[in-house]
Design a protein around this ligand. Structure first.
Ligand code: HEC
Length: 196
């Protein structure tokens, strides 16, 4: 019992210290300075475990290899994702150098379909990855997942040809002029606005 008092005091001091740190405002919140390696490792591990956990029970649709679904996903991807995740033949975008964490280059990186579905639908807190669920139904999100399974093997020419054939991204029509028209536009010119 004698040990409880000093422990309690230590706990109070720690809480007080943490509160003073937050209140002081000295924490640097800018995206242009990375976390400490320990903070970064902890956040990354937490995120990876959480996505695995939440994605584990998702049932894969039977049509994930359907060419029409993949084609639809190509149009979605070209319209909404390349400014952050790049595409075959795309070196960089204006957005990427300033992003922290840096989005993975999905024209190179293979993603697990369940985890990709979960992340696309729900997004990732405190990162640039938006939740696309509020604006897209599950079938449309699966089309992007289906496309992502093929993307890393595609050459720039194959990618271009597929995006040119893809159905227009109707969901995005209202947003086109506002936010999504400029980034990465040069690599898939014409497509993103086909729905206008
Ligand atoms: C504004 C930038 C931005 C846009 C636009 C964006 N993402 Fe992301 N995305 C991110 C970031 C940042 C991460 C990584 C977050 C992290 O590491 O915590 C990410 C992660 C992902 C992942 C997880 C990859 C992995 O290795 O686990 C997938 C899949 C993904 N995005 C798909 C998409 C798709 C599909 C779209 C378009 C519908 C899209 N993203 C649009 C920024 C973006």
């Amino acid at each position: 019992m004698q040990i409880l008092k000093p422990l309690l005091l230590l706990l109070l001091l720690t809480l007080f210290g943490a509160a003073a740190f937050v209140w002081s405002g000295v924490y640097y919140p800018g995206a242009d300075r990375p976390h400490w390696p320990l903070t970064h490792a902890l956040l990354q591990f937490t995120r990876e475990r959480a996505i695995e956990h939440h994605a584990a029970a998702i049932a894969l649709p039977a049509n994930l290899n359907d060419p029409q679904l993949i084609l639809k996903g190509a149009g979605q991807y070209a319209a909404m994702c390349t400014s952050c995740h790049l595409a075959p033949g795309m070196k960089d975008s204006e957005l990427r150098p300033g992003l922290y964490p840096l989005p993975p280059n999905l024209s190179v990186v293979h993603v697990d379909p369940r985890e990709a579905f979960w992340v696309i639908k729900h997004g990732i807190k405190m990162s640039a990855m938006p939740a696309w669920g509020p604006s897209h139904d599950d079938a449309t999100i699966w089309s992007m997942v289906a496309f992502l399974q093929k993307l890393p093997e595609m050459t720039p020419a194959q990618y271009k040809a597929m995006v040119a054939k893809a159905p227009p991204d109707e969901d995005m029509a209202p947003m086109d002029g506002a936010t999504m028209s400029a980034p990465g536009g040069h690599t898939h010119s014409g497509h993103a606005h086909a729905g206008d």
